[in-house]
Structure formats: C-alpha cells, structure tokens
Write a protein that binds this ligand. Structure first.
Ligand SMILES: [Zn+2]
Length: 512
C-alpha cells in the first residue's frame, strides 16, 4: 500500500531535514480512529488541537457555506489522511498549499497534500465547503434538524459531518472558535462564550469560543430566532440561555427549568468539584425531537422535555455530563457508562437533596421494576454494544452499579471518588476499567467482582444494590430477599420523563 512519492526538487530541498527516511516510510492515515462500535468514526495519523470554523448560513434555503481551519499534529509519516465531512468540499489546503481531495464512503474526505507530512509536525488544513445539511442522509438518517427558521446540529454519537470537517471521535478533542454569519434578526448559538457580535450589510456575525478540549459531537450549532437571557455566576462565569421564539405552550416550563442552570451547576460543584468550562447555559430550539444532549457548556433541550411542565431533573442530567462525558470523555463508545451511569445517578442525588426520594429508594424501585426475565438485565452497561449504547439499562442499571458501589465503600469514599474522578481525568478520555481501578485505589477495596455483577453479567443480580447496606454489618453476608414492592419515589415521574433524552432515533444502523 505504500505509495512511491515523487518529490519536486525545490520541495525536496526544503523538506530535506524533515524527511530523513525514504518515501516508502510514508503511508495513508487510517480512515477510522479504531473504535470497534463505529469503525469509520474519526481517522488515524494526526491529532487536532483547534478548529476555527467560519460559517455563513441562510435559514431560507438551508445553505451552509464554510471555511474550516484545522490545526493538528501528525502522529505518523503521512502520505495522505482523511477528514470526516458529509458536505461537499471545494478546496483543501495543507500548510497553505493546495491539496488533492476525494470524497469516499459515507463521510470520508481523503486529502493528499502536495508534499508528504513527517511525523510529529504541526500542520494546518483549510477546507472550503458548502451544502444543505438537511439533504445529507447517512444510512437514511440525518443528525440535522431543519426548523421553520433555521437549523440545528446536536446529536450523539455523531453530528459533526453535517456541518464541519473533523476527526470525528471523542478521542480527538480540540478547542473551537465558531463564527457564524446569519441574516439580521436571526441568531446563531454555539458553545462557550459569545466573544463578539457585529452587523453589516444585513448580516450579523456571532463569534463563539470554547477554550477547553471539546469532542466533535459536543460541538453544536443552532440558527433561528431566539430570546436570549444572560447573567453571570457568583464566580463570574457567563451564563447564556437561548429559547426559540416558537416554543408555544412549552415556553414557560422550558424557562422555569433552564433558568435554574447556575443553581444546579453550583450544587453539582459540591458533588463533582469545580465546573470545568468557561461558560454555562442551555438552549431550546423549535425542533420536533424529544431528546436532550450535553453539548459542551450549553446543552441542547428539545421543547418536548417540558411538555408536562418544568423538569429540573433533565437540567441536572445534562449539566452532570459537563464533568462526566464532556470534561472526562469516553475512550471508545463502549465506555458510554462513564457518561450515562453518572448523569443518571446525579438525578438520583438531586432527588435525594430535594427530599423526593433517596438514591437508595430509587435503586430499590428500579430493581423491583425489572423481573429477572426482563431483557433489561441482558444489557451490559459496561460494554452494551452499538445497538444498545443508549438503552435504558445503560442509565438505570448503570446508576444501580453506582448505588452498589456506594453501599460497598461507604459515603465518604464514594463521594471522594465522584469528586476525584473528574479531576483525575480532566479534559481527557477514560475507560470503564480506569474507573474500576480508580475506585479501588480510593477505597482500598477490590471491586472487580462488584462491577462484574452490575456492569457485565447479562443477568439480574441476586439481590438489589440495597441489600447489604440495609442489613446490619454482622448479617451482611446473609442472602437478602428483594423488598416486595418498594413505593414509587416522588421524583420518579420527572426522572422517567427524561428517559427519552438519548432516544436519538438511532434506528439508522450506522452505515459507517
Ligand atoms: Zn445523558
């Protein structure tokens, strides 16, 4: 597969020091980053540190035009490399020079630079591109929400290919500057801080900055007409919330939930440690979907989340992800439990704080709800498989695992683990196995058996997470029958109403 390279002499002279090895040592970067769940996601051969996206979007036609400047470092000698992009590229430059490029597969853009790229070098890649995101379907499915007044990109595990070229996998996180020009009277929402906004010749440009590493699926874009509220937290972080002017009967309940963002984050800081990012907020566009997503610094909420009134529990869930999922990201998508188990458990802790049912009562209730023959117990939260990645069991059984851990190691060590983990892996990636080791280190107890039972055995554990803790220590080893019918905790309905938050309509089987 090694290509022979013909290097023009002038170039050869300038690259003489950069290319000590023979051209045969240069090879194409892999078309996927190596995630067994999604083999085509991401790419090999380089690591991105920054995306600069300069976009123009026409709500009337859904036309998105962009120039992406990508700052990266090569991790191998590259003859060519891939980006992930579903829209059509018109020009690609690498280190300022025009590069050849071909679109392949569902969303691969193969880029062949004018000169091969040596390992461990800083590179810049500029991609000019355009297209109507709503026309892009992959496996018959789209991550783009076309709304009456614009469009929205917010999806998991992938959405980036609908609006910018990237190394589209959480393993390659980067900082973002997103600048979006839209017609006057329309707003463009993205992640982080709105650093400036200016209007000229009928177009308004919004400049957003997210200055901590951010996974590509956590980058978001929403164009439409919004009511925007701004504030500052006690610590001086800017809070910006955006509500579509088109929320109808859900408008009040949406605000009554999301305006509590700073309060919820302050409480989460007590549990998880300092808030990891430069801004806070949330936004509710006029989409028809039902889910919510932890887009970094500014979660996405579907209006339907508020169809039955205010629901602070969904805000708790998405903000908990800022620590568990966004700052500490999955290493591979099999590690989804380190996001969802904890975000769900934070809803249980909020319920406990609000006096609407303790985490223990919620755990008992969940356990009793699913009899042994319920397929719920066949899902392994520690490695659920791509089809079950967002199964209810990843959330509820995932939270049961944490209650089991709490009972095993006691509150002091348990809350030390919850607070220590986001600091241990801040802005990085981690595996489920890393968490097991970390909890063992903090507690000094062997925990592999406990996590096997709750995260990996495809059957119902013999006793609820509660059994041991409810029993006096001397009887702890005695088998305990599950409680007959635990009462439904007060918070149950609000928490269950968030079960659709990751119902992303992923019947699309991922053609990539
Ligand atoms: Zn979640």
């Amino acid at each position: 597969m090694h290509r022979r390279l013909i290097v023009p002499s002038a170039l050869a002279a300038s690259l003489l020091l950069a290319i000590p090895a023979s051209a045969a040592d240069y090879s194409p970067g892999a078309p996927g980053i190596g995630d067994p769940y999604y083999p085509a996601s991401g790419n090999g051969g380089y690591d991105v540190s920054h995306y600069d996206l300069r976009l123009k979007y026409q709500p009337a036609t859904d036309l998105l035009e962009g120039t992406a400047t990508i700052i990266a470092t090569t991790t191998q000698n590259l003859s060519r490399f891939n980006l992930d992009l579903g829209l059509r590229a018109s020009e690609v430059r690498v280190n300022g020079k025009k590069a050849r490029f071909t679109a392949t597969g569902d969303h691969e853009l193969e880029v062949t630079p004018a000169a091969p790229l040596a390992k461990n070098r800083a590179i810049s890649v500029v991609v000019r591109y355009a297209g109507k995101p709503s026309e892009l379907k992959i496996g018959g499915w789209t991550a783009w929400h076309r709304t009456p007044d614009g469009g929205v990109a917010a999806q998991e595990p992938d959405s980036a290919v609908w609006w910018f070229p990237s190394n589209d996998h959480p393993l390659d996180k980067a900082t973002f500057d997103v600048s979006v020009s839209v017609p006057d009277g329309t707003q463009a929402i993205s992640n982080g801080v709105l650093t400036s906004q200016s209007s000229r010749l009928g177009w308004t440009r919004f400049n957003w900055r997210s200055d901590k590493p951010q996974a590509t699926y956590l980058a978001t874009l929403a164009v439409g007409t919004f009511d925007i509220t701004t504030d500052k937290t006690d610590k001086g972080l800017p809070v910006l919330n955006a509500y579509s002017k088109d929320l109808g009967g859900n408008a009040g309940a949406a605000r009554a939930s999301i305006e509590r963002t700073a309060e919820v984050a302050e409480w989460l800081e007590e549990v998880f440690g300092p808030y990891p990012f430069n801004a806070l907020g949330g936004y509710v566009p006029n989409v028809t979907s039902g889910y919510a997503l932890e887009t970094q610094t500014r979660p996405f909420y579907s209006p339907r989340q508020f169809a039955n009134g205010a629901n602070v529990s969904v805000v708790v869930h998405e903000l908990a992800h800022q620590w568990y999922g966004d700052s500490v990201s999955v290493d591979g998508w099999k590690d989804i439990w380190i996001n969802e188990g904890f975000a769900r458990y934070s809803q249980w802790l909020w319920s406990e704080k609000e006096g609407e049912g303790t985490a223990q009562e919620l755990a008992d209730y969940v356990y009793a709800q699913h009899p042994a023959d319920d397929p719920f117990w066949t899902v392994k939260p520690g490695d659920p498989g791509p089809d079950k990645q967002f199964d209810l069991a990843v959330y509820d059984r995932g939270a049961l695992a944490l209650q089991a851990l709490r009972n095993e190691i006691g509150d002091e060590d348990f809350f030390a683990v919850l607070k220590g983990w986001p600091a241990e892996h801040a802005y990085g990636n981690a595996r489920v196995a890393d968490f097991v080791k970390y909890a063992e280190r903090v507690s000094g107890k062997p925990l592999a058996g406990l996590f096997d039972t709750w995260l990996y055995d495809p059957s119902r554990p013999a006793a609820p997470a509660a059994a041991k803790a409810r029993t006096p220590r001397s009887q702890a080893a005695a088998p305990t029958a599950p409680a007959a019918k635990p009462a439904q905790p007060k918070s149950w309905k609000k928490i269950a109403a968030t079960n659709t938050i990751h119902d992303h309509g992923h019947g699309h089987g991922h053609g990539h």
